[in-house]
Ligand binder design. Structure first.
Ligand code: C5P
Length: 411
Protein backbone atom coordinates (compact mmCIF):
# COMPACT_ATOMS: atom_id res chain seq x y z
CA UNK A 1 0.00 0.00 0.00
CA UNK A 2 1.38 3.40 -0.86
CA UNK A 3 0.79 6.50 1.14
CA UNK A 4 0.79 10.04 -0.13
CA UNK A 5 2.43 12.59 2.07
CA UNK A 6 0.26 15.53 3.06
CA UNK A 7 1.20 18.41 0.82
CA UNK A 8 3.19 21.09 2.57
CA UNK A 9 1.37 24.40 2.71
CA UNK A 10 3.43 25.74 -0.19
CA UNK A 11 1.60 23.41 -2.55
CA UNK A 12 -1.44 22.58 -0.49
CA UNK A 13 -4.61 21.86 -2.37
CA UNK A 14 -8.20 22.03 -1.22
CA UNK A 15 -10.78 24.73 -0.72
CA UNK A 16 -8.67 26.54 1.91
CA UNK A 17 -5.32 26.07 0.16
CA UNK A 18 -2.72 28.41 1.60
CA UNK A 19 -5.17 30.35 3.80
CA UNK A 20 -3.60 31.34 7.12
CA UNK A 21 -5.88 30.47 10.02
CA UNK A 22 -4.96 31.14 13.64
CA UNK A 23 -6.95 28.81 15.87
CA UNK A 24 -7.17 29.82 19.52
CA UNK A 25 -8.31 27.08 21.88
CA UNK A 26 -9.42 27.93 25.40
CA UNK A 27 -10.11 25.98 28.57
CA UNK A 28 -13.42 24.29 27.92
CA UNK A 29 -13.97 20.53 27.90
CA UNK A 30 -14.99 21.06 24.25
CA UNK A 31 -11.27 21.68 23.59
CA UNK A 32 -11.04 18.02 22.53
CA UNK A 33 -13.38 18.82 19.64
CA UNK A 34 -10.93 21.46 18.42
CA UNK A 35 -8.58 18.60 17.49
CA UNK A 36 -11.07 17.51 14.83
CA UNK A 37 -11.46 21.10 13.66
CA UNK A 38 -7.68 21.65 13.39
CA UNK A 39 -7.34 18.41 11.46
CA UNK A 40 -10.17 19.18 9.01
CA UNK A 41 -8.88 22.71 8.35
CA UNK A 42 -5.40 21.29 7.68
CA UNK A 43 -6.86 18.68 5.33
CA UNK A 44 -8.71 21.48 3.51
CA UNK A 45 -5.31 22.97 2.71
CA UNK A 46 -5.17 25.73 5.33
CA UNK A 47 -2.04 26.76 7.20
CA UNK A 48 -3.32 26.30 10.75
CA UNK A 49 -1.46 27.95 13.64
CA UNK A 50 -2.75 26.79 17.00
CA UNK A 51 -2.62 28.77 20.23
CA UNK A 52 -3.60 27.05 23.47
CA UNK A 53 -4.42 29.10 26.53
CA UNK A 54 -2.97 27.89 29.82
CA UNK A 55 -6.41 26.53 30.77
CA UNK A 56 -6.73 24.70 27.46
CA UNK A 57 -3.52 22.76 28.20
CA UNK A 58 -5.36 21.23 31.19
CA UNK A 59 -7.69 19.50 28.71
CA UNK A 60 -5.55 18.87 25.61
CA UNK A 61 -1.84 18.88 24.88
CA UNK A 62 0.20 20.97 22.44
CA UNK A 63 1.52 17.72 20.97
CA UNK A 64 -1.98 16.77 19.79
CA UNK A 65 -2.21 19.93 17.69
CA UNK A 66 1.40 19.91 16.56
CA UNK A 67 0.85 16.40 15.18
CA UNK A 68 -2.39 17.38 13.44
CA UNK A 69 -1.23 20.68 11.93
CA UNK A 70 2.49 19.86 11.41
CA UNK A 71 3.38 23.15 13.06
CA UNK A 72 4.63 24.28 16.46
CA UNK A 73 1.87 25.21 18.88
CA UNK A 74 1.94 28.44 20.88
CA UNK A 75 1.12 28.31 24.57
CA UNK A 76 3.43 30.73 26.36
CA UNK A 77 3.79 34.43 25.70
CA UNK A 78 7.15 34.39 27.49
CA UNK A 79 8.70 31.40 25.74
CA UNK A 80 12.05 32.35 24.14
CA UNK A 81 11.70 32.32 20.35
CA UNK A 82 14.52 30.49 18.54
CA UNK A 83 14.14 32.89 15.61
CA UNK A 84 14.47 35.87 17.99
CA UNK A 85 11.32 37.38 16.56
CA UNK A 86 8.15 38.46 18.33
CA UNK A 87 5.94 35.47 17.57
CA UNK A 88 2.59 36.86 18.68
CA UNK A 89 3.04 39.95 16.50
CA UNK A 90 4.29 37.94 13.51
CA UNK A 91 1.31 35.61 13.81
CA UNK A 92 -1.08 38.56 14.23
CA UNK A 93 0.22 40.05 10.98
CA UNK A 94 0.08 36.82 9.01
CA UNK A 95 -3.40 35.75 10.18
CA UNK A 96 -6.22 35.97 7.65
CA UNK A 97 -8.74 34.95 10.30
CA UNK A 98 -8.56 34.43 14.06
CA UNK A 99 -10.85 31.65 15.23
CA UNK A 100 -11.48 31.09 18.92
CA UNK A 101 -13.08 27.67 19.30
CA UNK A 102 -14.05 26.72 21.90
CA UNK A 103 -14.30 30.17 23.47
CA UNK A 104 -14.88 30.22 27.24
CA UNK A 105 -16.79 32.95 29.06
CA UNK A 106 -13.46 34.15 30.49
CA UNK A 107 -11.74 34.50 27.11
CA UNK A 108 -14.83 36.14 25.60
CA UNK A 109 -14.70 38.66 28.47
CA UNK A 110 -10.96 39.28 27.88
CA UNK A 111 -11.53 39.76 24.15
CA UNK A 112 -14.39 42.18 24.79
CA UNK A 113 -12.30 44.14 27.29
CA UNK A 114 -9.19 44.15 25.13
CA UNK A 115 -7.07 42.55 27.83
CA UNK A 116 -3.66 41.38 26.61
CA UNK A 117 -2.88 38.71 29.14
CA UNK A 118 -1.56 35.72 27.25
CA UNK A 119 -0.47 34.66 23.78
CA UNK A 120 -4.02 34.38 22.40
CA UNK A 121 -5.34 37.70 23.71
CA UNK A 122 -2.17 39.50 22.56
CA UNK A 123 -2.65 38.13 19.03
CA UNK A 124 -6.33 39.12 19.19
CA UNK A 125 -5.37 42.72 20.04
CA UNK A 126 -2.54 42.95 17.56
CA UNK A 127 -4.26 41.47 14.51
CA UNK A 128 -6.32 43.20 11.83
CA UNK A 129 -7.81 39.83 10.82
CA UNK A 130 -11.52 39.20 11.37
CA UNK A 131 -12.55 37.24 14.44
CA UNK A 132 -14.74 34.13 14.58
CA UNK A 133 -15.84 33.11 18.07
CA UNK A 134 -17.49 29.77 18.87
CA UNK A 135 -18.56 29.85 22.54
CA UNK A 136 -18.77 26.67 24.63
CA UNK A 137 -19.71 26.69 28.29
CA UNK A 138 -22.40 25.88 30.82
CA UNK A 139 -25.85 27.11 29.74
CA UNK A 140 -26.17 29.48 32.69
CA UNK A 141 -22.78 31.07 31.99
CA UNK A 142 -23.71 31.51 28.35
CA UNK A 143 -27.09 33.07 29.09
CA UNK A 144 -25.63 35.37 31.78
CA UNK A 145 -26.11 39.04 30.85
CA UNK A 146 -22.37 39.61 31.27
CA UNK A 147 -21.48 36.99 28.64
CA UNK A 148 -24.24 38.18 26.33
CA UNK A 149 -23.07 41.79 26.71
CA UNK A 150 -19.47 40.74 25.92
CA UNK A 151 -20.62 38.87 22.82
CA UNK A 152 -22.64 41.92 21.75
CA UNK A 153 -19.47 44.03 22.05
CA UNK A 154 -17.54 41.54 19.88
CA UNK A 155 -20.34 41.47 17.30
CA UNK A 156 -20.44 45.26 17.19
CA UNK A 157 -16.75 45.18 16.26
CA UNK A 158 -17.47 42.83 13.38
CA UNK A 159 -16.81 39.45 15.00
CA UNK A 160 -18.84 36.52 13.79
CA UNK A 161 -20.26 34.52 16.70
CA UNK A 162 -21.09 30.90 15.91
CA UNK A 163 -23.93 30.33 18.32
CA UNK A 164 -23.58 27.29 20.57
CA UNK A 165 -26.12 24.51 20.31
CA UNK A 166 -28.70 23.24 22.78
CA UNK A 167 -28.07 19.77 24.20
CA UNK A 168 -26.25 17.71 26.76
CA UNK A 169 -23.54 19.64 28.58
CA UNK A 170 -20.53 18.18 30.39
CA UNK A 171 -22.11 19.23 33.70
CA UNK A 172 -24.87 16.71 33.07
CA UNK A 173 -27.35 19.53 32.52
CA UNK A 174 -29.08 20.29 29.25
CA UNK A 175 -28.91 23.81 27.86
CA UNK A 176 -27.48 26.16 25.26
CA UNK A 177 -23.72 25.97 25.50
CA UNK A 178 -22.51 23.05 23.39
CA UNK A 179 -19.80 24.03 20.94
CA UNK A 180 -21.31 24.47 17.45
CA UNK A 181 -20.84 21.52 15.11
CA UNK A 182 -17.56 21.52 13.18
CA UNK A 183 -19.32 22.13 9.85
CA UNK A 184 -20.90 25.30 11.23
CA UNK A 185 -17.57 26.64 12.46
CA UNK A 186 -15.93 25.85 9.13
CA UNK A 187 -18.83 27.51 7.28
CA UNK A 188 -18.29 30.65 9.39
CA UNK A 189 -14.54 30.61 8.66
CA UNK A 190 -15.13 30.24 4.92
CA UNK A 191 -17.70 33.02 5.00
CA UNK A 192 -15.33 35.40 6.78
CA UNK A 193 -12.39 34.50 4.53
CA UNK A 194 -14.61 35.26 1.53
CA UNK A 195 -15.80 38.68 2.73
CA UNK A 196 -13.64 40.51 0.22
CA UNK A 197 -14.08 37.80 -2.40
CA UNK A 198 -14.99 38.24 -6.08
CA UNK A 199 -18.72 38.52 -5.35
CA UNK A 200 -18.37 41.08 -2.52
CA UNK A 201 -21.26 43.52 -2.73
CA UNK A 202 -23.19 41.35 -5.20
CA UNK A 203 -26.71 40.37 -4.18
CA UNK A 204 -27.52 36.79 -5.14
CA UNK A 205 -30.89 35.06 -4.88
CA UNK A 206 -30.88 31.26 -4.93
CA UNK A 207 -33.93 28.99 -4.93
CA UNK A 208 -33.70 25.40 -3.74
CA UNK A 209 -35.69 22.27 -2.97
CA UNK A 210 -38.89 20.90 -4.39
CA UNK A 211 -42.13 22.80 -3.94
CA UNK A 212 -45.11 21.11 -2.29
CA UNK A 213 -48.61 21.58 -3.64
CA UNK A 214 -51.20 20.60 -1.03
CA UNK A 215 -53.99 18.15 -1.86
CA UNK A 216 -55.46 18.23 1.65
CA UNK A 217 -54.05 19.07 5.11
CA UNK A 218 -51.97 15.85 5.04
CA UNK A 219 -50.90 15.19 1.43
CA UNK A 220 -49.14 17.13 -1.21
CA UNK A 221 -47.71 16.77 -4.70
CA UNK A 222 -43.94 16.99 -4.40
CA UNK A 223 -40.81 15.89 -6.21
CA UNK A 224 -37.47 14.27 -5.56
CA UNK A 225 -35.38 17.43 -5.26
CA UNK A 226 -33.17 17.30 -2.14
CA UNK A 227 -32.16 20.96 -2.27
CA UNK A 228 -28.45 20.01 -2.17
CA UNK A 229 -27.51 21.83 -5.39
CA UNK A 230 -29.24 25.08 -4.36
CA UNK A 231 -27.79 24.99 -0.84
CA UNK A 232 -24.30 24.36 -2.26
CA UNK A 233 -24.77 27.38 -4.55
CA UNK A 234 -25.92 29.57 -1.66
CA UNK A 235 -22.91 28.57 0.45
CA UNK A 236 -20.42 28.94 -2.38
CA UNK A 237 -21.78 32.41 -3.27
CA UNK A 238 -21.63 33.45 0.40
CA UNK A 239 -18.00 32.27 0.56
CA UNK A 240 -17.17 34.53 -2.41
CA UNK A 241 -18.50 37.50 -0.48
CA UNK A 242 -22.03 37.69 -1.94
CA UNK A 243 -25.06 38.76 0.05
CA UNK A 244 -27.23 35.70 -0.38
CA UNK A 245 -30.96 35.15 -0.06
CA UNK A 246 -31.90 31.47 -0.17
CA UNK A 247 -35.57 30.86 -0.97
CA UNK A 248 -36.13 27.26 -0.08
CA UNK A 249 -38.93 24.75 -0.28
CA UNK A 250 -38.82 22.15 2.52
CA UNK A 251 -35.60 20.07 2.61
CA UNK A 252 -33.80 17.95 5.18
CA UNK A 253 -30.78 20.28 5.08
CA UNK A 254 -29.72 22.63 7.90
CA UNK A 255 -30.07 26.36 7.13
CA UNK A 256 -26.69 27.66 5.96
CA UNK A 257 -24.92 30.14 8.26
CA UNK A 258 -24.64 33.71 7.05
CA UNK A 259 -27.38 33.46 4.46
CA UNK A 260 -30.83 35.07 4.57
CA UNK A 261 -33.20 32.09 4.42
CA UNK A 262 -36.83 32.38 3.27
CA UNK A 263 -38.89 29.23 3.79
CA UNK A 264 -41.72 28.58 1.35
CA UNK A 265 -43.83 25.62 0.42
CA UNK A 266 -45.90 26.16 -2.73
CA UNK A 267 -44.85 27.42 -6.15
CA UNK A 268 -46.95 30.55 -5.80
CA UNK A 269 -45.32 31.36 -2.44
CA UNK A 270 -41.94 30.83 -4.02
CA UNK A 271 -42.93 33.17 -6.86
CA UNK A 272 -43.89 35.94 -4.41
CA UNK A 273 -40.61 35.51 -2.50
CA UNK A 274 -38.55 35.51 -5.72
CA UNK A 275 -40.23 38.67 -7.03
CA UNK A 276 -39.63 40.44 -3.72
CA UNK A 277 -35.99 39.34 -3.38
CA UNK A 278 -35.13 40.04 -7.04
CA UNK A 279 -36.38 43.64 -6.86
CA UNK A 280 -33.05 44.34 -5.25
CA UNK A 281 -30.73 41.61 -6.56
CA UNK A 282 -28.04 41.26 -9.20
CA UNK A 283 -28.16 37.50 -9.78
CA UNK A 284 -30.91 34.87 -9.69
CA UNK A 285 -29.95 31.19 -9.59
CA UNK A 286 -33.16 29.22 -9.91
CA UNK A 287 -32.17 25.75 -8.74
CA UNK A 288 -35.55 24.82 -7.21
CA UNK A 289 -37.68 22.11 -8.73
CA UNK A 290 -40.96 23.92 -9.07
CA UNK A 291 -44.20 21.97 -9.48
CA UNK A 292 -45.64 22.71 -12.91
CA UNK A 293 -49.15 21.81 -11.69
CA UNK A 294 -51.10 22.13 -8.47
CA UNK A 295 -54.43 20.67 -7.36
CA UNK A 296 -57.22 23.03 -8.46
CA UNK A 297 -58.72 22.82 -4.99
CA UNK A 298 -57.13 22.11 -1.65
CA UNK A 299 -59.53 19.95 0.41
CA UNK A 300 -60.08 21.63 3.79
CA UNK A 301 -60.27 18.23 5.56
CA UNK A 302 -58.32 15.02 5.04
CA UNK A 303 -59.75 13.14 2.04
CA UNK A 304 -61.26 9.82 3.15
CA UNK A 305 -61.22 6.51 1.31
CA UNK A 306 -64.54 5.83 -0.44
CA UNK A 307 -63.80 2.62 -2.33
CA UNK A 308 -64.23 4.70 -5.51
CA UNK A 309 -61.73 6.14 -7.96
CA UNK A 310 -60.41 9.55 -6.90
CA UNK A 311 -59.78 12.25 -9.47
CA UNK A 312 -57.71 15.29 -8.59
CA UNK A 313 -57.94 18.11 -11.12
CA UNK A 314 -54.66 19.94 -11.65
CA UNK A 315 -54.14 23.48 -12.89
CA UNK A 316 -50.92 24.96 -14.19
CA UNK A 317 -48.62 26.88 -11.87
CA UNK A 318 -46.95 30.09 -12.98
CA UNK A 319 -43.50 29.66 -14.52
CA UNK A 320 -41.57 31.74 -12.01
CA UNK A 321 -38.46 32.18 -14.10
CA UNK A 322 -40.27 32.93 -17.34
CA UNK A 323 -42.66 35.46 -15.85
CA UNK A 324 -40.02 37.29 -13.81
CA UNK A 325 -39.23 40.65 -15.34
CA UNK A 326 -35.49 41.13 -15.71
CA UNK A 327 -35.61 44.36 -13.72
CA UNK A 328 -32.15 45.11 -12.38
CA UNK A 329 -31.03 41.47 -12.57
CA UNK A 330 -27.74 41.17 -14.43
CA UNK A 331 -27.70 37.38 -14.48
CA UNK A 332 -30.73 35.14 -14.67
CA UNK A 333 -29.81 31.45 -14.52
CA UNK A 334 -32.01 28.37 -14.58
CA UNK A 335 -31.64 24.62 -14.35
CA UNK A 336 -32.93 22.01 -16.73
CA UNK A 337 -33.30 18.55 -15.25
CA UNK A 338 -33.99 16.31 -18.20
CA UNK A 339 -34.28 12.61 -18.86
CA UNK A 340 -34.01 12.90 -22.67
CA UNK A 341 -32.71 15.32 -25.36
CA UNK A 342 -30.81 17.13 -22.62
CA UNK A 343 -28.99 19.84 -24.55
CA UNK A 344 -31.75 20.59 -27.06
CA UNK A 345 -34.33 20.91 -24.29
CA UNK A 346 -32.02 23.04 -22.18
CA UNK A 347 -31.23 25.38 -25.10
CA UNK A 348 -34.95 25.80 -25.80
CA UNK A 349 -35.60 26.71 -22.14
CA UNK A 350 -32.74 29.18 -22.07
CA UNK A 351 -34.37 31.00 -24.97
CA UNK A 352 -37.99 30.69 -23.77
CA UNK A 353 -37.18 31.92 -20.24
CA UNK A 354 -34.81 34.69 -21.36
CA UNK A 355 -31.84 33.30 -19.42
CA UNK A 356 -28.14 34.13 -19.53
CA UNK A 357 -27.15 30.67 -18.39
CA UNK A 358 -28.81 27.31 -18.00
CA UNK A 359 -27.38 24.32 -16.16
CA UNK A 360 -28.40 21.16 -18.00
CA UNK A 361 -28.56 18.13 -15.78
CA UNK A 362 -29.04 14.60 -17.11
CA UNK A 363 -31.02 13.01 -14.28
CA UNK A 364 -30.66 9.54 -15.80
CA UNK A 365 -26.85 9.62 -15.55
CA UNK A 366 -25.33 7.65 -12.64
CA UNK A 367 -24.28 9.80 -9.63
CA UNK A 368 -26.19 12.76 -11.00
CA UNK A 369 -29.43 14.56 -10.31
CA UNK A 370 -31.87 14.28 -7.40
CA UNK A 371 -30.61 13.39 -3.95
CA UNK A 372 -27.05 12.52 -5.00
CA UNK A 373 -24.00 14.37 -3.67
CA UNK A 374 -22.49 14.74 -7.13
CA UNK A 375 -23.75 16.04 -10.44
CA UNK A 376 -22.81 15.86 -14.10
CA UNK A 377 -23.92 19.02 -15.86
CA UNK A 378 -23.35 21.10 -18.98
CA UNK A 379 -23.42 24.90 -18.82
CA UNK A 380 -25.21 26.53 -21.77
CA UNK A 381 -24.78 30.24 -22.42
CA UNK A 382 -26.95 32.67 -24.33
CA UNK A 383 -24.29 32.99 -27.04
CA UNK A 384 -24.59 29.26 -27.78
CA UNK A 385 -21.46 28.23 -25.89
CA UNK A 386 -21.69 24.84 -24.20
CA UNK A 387 -19.34 23.81 -21.39
CA UNK A 388 -19.64 20.18 -20.26
CA UNK A 389 -18.33 19.52 -16.73
CA UNK A 390 -17.16 16.18 -15.37
CA UNK A 391 -18.98 14.40 -12.57
CA UNK A 392 -18.20 16.57 -9.52
CA UNK A 393 -19.39 17.04 -5.93
CA UNK A 394 -22.27 19.53 -5.89
CA UNK A 395 -20.16 22.13 -4.09
CA UNK A 396 -17.61 21.91 -6.93
CA UNK A 397 -20.39 22.22 -9.52
CA UNK A 398 -21.57 25.30 -7.61
CA UNK A 399 -18.06 26.81 -7.83
CA UNK A 400 -17.98 26.29 -11.62
CA UNK A 401 -21.44 27.83 -11.99
CA UNK A 402 -20.28 30.86 -9.97
CA UNK A 403 -17.16 31.17 -12.16
CA UNK A 404 -19.59 31.44 -15.08
CA UNK A 405 -21.75 33.97 -13.21
CA UNK A 406 -18.70 36.12 -12.47
CA UNK A 407 -17.72 36.02 -16.13
CA UNK A 408 -21.23 37.16 -17.09
CA UNK A 409 -21.17 39.94 -14.49
CA UNK A 410 -17.96 41.33 -15.97
CA UNK A 411 -19.51 41.92 -19.37
O1 C5P B 1 -39.41 24.12 -17.70
P1 C5P B 1 -38.61 23.52 -16.60
O2 C5P B 1 -39.41 23.24 -15.38
O3 C5P B 1 -37.81 22.32 -16.97
O4 C5P B 1 -37.56 24.65 -16.29
C1 C5P B 1 -36.62 24.53 -15.31
C2 C5P B 1 -36.22 25.87 -14.79
O5 C5P B 1 -37.34 26.74 -14.65
C3 C5P B 1 -35.64 25.74 -13.40
O6 C5P B 1 -34.66 26.74 -13.23
C4 C5P B 1 -36.85 25.96 -12.52
O7 C5P B 1 -36.47 26.42 -11.25
C5 C5P B 1 -37.64 26.99 -13.29
N1 C5P B 1 -39.10 26.88 -13.13
C6 C5P B 1 -39.81 27.96 -12.66
N2 C5P B 1 -41.19 27.86 -12.52
C7 C5P B 1 -41.83 26.74 -12.85
C8 C5P B 1 -41.11 25.64 -13.34
C9 C5P B 1 -39.74 25.75 -13.45
O8 C5P B 1 -39.24 28.98 -12.38
N3 C5P B 1 -43.14 26.68 -12.69
Amino acid sequence: MTQERLASSAHATGPLAGRVIVLGITGSIAAYKAAGLASTLTQMGAEVHVILTEAATRFVTPLTFQALTHRPVHTDLWAPDPATGVPHIELAERAEVLVVAPATAATIARLAQGLAEDFLTCVALATQAPLVVAPAMDGGMFEHPATQANLAVLRSRGALVVEPEVGHLASGLTGRGRLAAEERIIAAIRQVLGRRGPLAGVRVVVTAGGTREPIDPVRFIGNRSSGKMGYALAEAARDRGAEVTLITAPTALPAPEGVHVVQVERAREMQRAVIEACANADVLLMAAAVADYRPAEEAPQKIKKTGQELTIRLVENPDILKELPRGRLKVKAGFAAESEDLLANAARKLEAKDLDLIVANDITAPDSGFGTDTNTVTLLFRDGRQVPLPNLPKREVAERILDAVQELLQR
